[in-house]
Design a protein around this ligand. Structure first.
Ligand code: GRF
Length: 201
């Protein structure tokens, strides 16, 4: 199966996905990496590792891509024969062009135990709320932000002296385990969406 990765930031999840493919534990190919940020670490990692990567200018909006720009993203993914889109720290809400081209074929990783703390800086929200545990969630992407059916979650404790940075670091270590694993389950055709729930065969 060919996957496409969309990333705006440092790209640690992309790195782990590439390493998992190389070590043989993730049976997919990355067709293309797309970014809305020309400085994204993810673009550098892709180039270093010999994975095709492209900066696609995001247009004039800050939080989403306008229709014409979405079309460019979708056609780059289609041209690369992508069958599963993996959002990996992509900082824009995706809309109709993506949903009509890749319905049920878009995954995201979010740094909290959804439905708690959707939105930005979820690790900071968790500390501010005083919860004792947080974690990360891989979910299918639907029109509501950070709200689609959940594939997998991992839990981390929150320590008294945690800062947003130390907690995010602890959460990311778990992301690096559950994202490749979830992508693998999808590639092996073992995920079935039943309403709000995802069954793993
Ligand atoms: C992760 O914390 C992920 O949960 C969130 O964005 C961050 C991306 O991190 N959606 P990286 O760029 O893969 O290191």
């Amino acid at each position: 199966m060919v996957i496409g990765v969309l990333a705006s930031g440092k790209g640690s999840n992309l790195r782990v996905i590439i390493e998992s493919i190389k070590s043989g534990s993730l049976p997919v190919d990355i067709g293309i990496v797309l970014s809305d940020n020309p400085e994204a670490g993810a673009l550098k990692i892709a180039k270093e590792k010999g994975v095709k990567a492209l900066y696609v200018p995001p247009g004039r909006h800050k939080t989403f891509l306008e229709k014409e720009v979405e079309k460019k993203y979708v056609s780059a993914l289609k041209e690369a024969k992508v069958e599963l889109v993996c959002l990996s720290g992509f900082m824009r809400v995706i809309k109709e062009e993506f949903f009509s081209a890749f319905s049920g074929k878009i995954l995201n990783i979010h740094p909290s135990l959804l439905p708690a703390f959707p939105g930005l800086q979820a690790w900071k929200q968790a500390i501010e709320a005083g919860v004792k545990f947080s974690g990360c969630t891989v979910h299918f992407v639907e029109r509501d932000v950070d709200a689609g059916p959940i594939v997998m979650q991992a839990v981390v404790p929150i320590e008294e002296d945690d800062t947003p940075e130390t907690l995010h670091h602890r959460i990311q270590k778990k992301e690096h385990i559950i994202y490749p694993l979830s992508i693998r389950l999808f590639a092996e055709n073992r995920l079935r969406i039943k309403g709000r729930r995802v069954a793993v065969l």
